[in-house]
Design a protein. Structure first.
Length: 120
């Protein structure tokens, strides 16, 4: 399932909040969103209770270059490049081991149904 790029902010921020709330306590801090002045790309960052999560928009031209370099058909890389694609960085910012179960992460689709997050 692809998400149209125009809905990126509507999907990513709630997804980040869902991931964070499933992983750490709600009392530990807030989500900081930034916009790169040079590219206009958005990112969302959360740090609290020893966990750092960052979602970064991936530029469409990066998708096109990466997919075309792997000899994927132009229809495939163009379909992905015109959707909302983001990278995820999860870091342990504590001095203790951090445990989380990616299989427990969920997002809420536009129809209100919770679904598992697809990862590599």
């Amino acid at each position: 399932m692809f998400i149209q790029r125009t809905n990126c902010r509507c999907i990513l921020l709630p997804m980040l909040v869902l991931i964070v709330s499933a992983s750490v306590g709600a009392e530990s801090g807030g989500v900081v969103s930034t916009k790169d002045p040079a590219t206009g790309l958005l990112s969302w960052k959360y740090e609290g209770d020893g966990l750092g999560i960052e979602l970064l928009q991936v530029p469409p031209d990066f998708i096109r270059a990466s997919y075309s370099a792997r000899d994927l058909p132009a229809t495939v890389w163009e379909a992905v490049a015109t959707r909302c694609v983001f990278g995820t960085i999860v870091r342990n910012i504590s001095e203790k081991p951090l445990q989380y179960r990616v299989q427990d992460w969920r997002y809420k689709a536009a129809d209100g149904v919770e679904k598992p997050i697809k990862t590599k």
